[in-house]
Design a protein around this ligand. Sequence first.
Ligand code: ISC
Length: 423
Amino acid sequence: MSLPDPVHAGAEAVPHLVVRSHPVADVSEHLLDHLPEHGGLAWVRRSDGLAGWGVAARLDVAGSNRFATAQQWWRALTGAAVVRDDIGVPGSGLVCFGSFGFTDDDPSELVVPEVIVGRRGGTTWVTTVSPASSLAAPPELTVNEPTPVGEIAFADGARSGTAWSAIVADAVTRITGGAVDKVVLARDLIAQSVGPIDLRWPLRRLAAAYPNCWTFAVDGLIGATPELLVRREKGLITSRVLAGTIRRTGDDAHDLALAASLARSSKDLEEHEFAVRSVADALEPHCKSMNVPETPFVLHLPNVMHLASDVAGVAANGASALGLAAALHPSAAVCGTPTAVARDLIEQIEGMSRGRYAGPVGWMDAAGDGEWGIALRCGQADPDDPARMRLFAGCGIVAGSDPEAELAESNAKLVPMRDALGV
Ligand SMILES: C=C(O[C@H]1C=CC=C(C(=O)O)[C@@H]1O)C(=O)O
């Protein structure tokens, strides 16, 4: 059979793909159970979502045009694909997973898996993606048990806790001096195991312990994020904005009192308002109407509670989920206000590379619908040492921030990944 000429998206040639989605019987309640040992891709929340493996096509990209290049590539790829989709819901048919660097220089990628298992509202399906030259047979779904992570040790990353607190104190001085209104500062922790870390082990534990979060895996970056940067679905745009945090104590009555104090805390409400404003301002040009709640609610997670606002809008144009994520990134929940000043300050004083932590992570389909979360409460597997991961956590710093309290908050935000890796 002679192959059609490759289609080009900018400098990149894209393959002609043949895609088939068909319903299947459930083999397991948990989509993550189907992942093979290596190369798993995931975006799941409770029993719904997408889990994929294999690489049918992939784009690696960096630079200030990375979102535009990725869009162009995806448009060319979807335009050249032959799709038979018997399900017809967002997430069926041709989809890609993606993860973007926090800065222009950090690596970003889109991956189209060879196999995707999806579930939504009680319907489970399998999508197979193959080159036009070699059609793939649908796989048998199996339940695959991960290897438990053995003994694991945690050590300081780029900065010790004390050194990081000093950086936070420096930021507070700059904020009170008027240089910037809010800046989000992050730190990393190194997890070192005795043997290779089977990423499916922490992934399953994150999904089980944080069912209200979106559990993700893209190219060695895994986590369970509570923050949805943007979802676009059939003309409806939504975003869950988080900023303002208090640690849980484990005592329910006390935690309720803490939730009430969080909802009244002027320091946290100010921090939250910056984040909501940045999202509302970025979405406004893309929405005909928008609902921005006046007061946040308190989102209860097992380790922390957050001030949260669900912003919603009706799409005014054809901007895809990725286009909207590009407009929103970096929001004030992970960067600060004003954005450019906060970004420069992070670069100047944070003292580490964030990689894909705090960047958009998620998926999109051929119609441009999709979900992009912010890669928080996550860890990056070391490509050179399979027994090692870098874990990340950050905190929004405003004039009223206390460096010691921020350090404690960052430790609480590291708990999900630490527990997931532990025995
Ligand atoms: C930057 C992180 O959290 C952000 C999201 C929610 C609450 C935040 C805060 O209260 O500081 C942060 O803005 C992180 O978890 O690494």
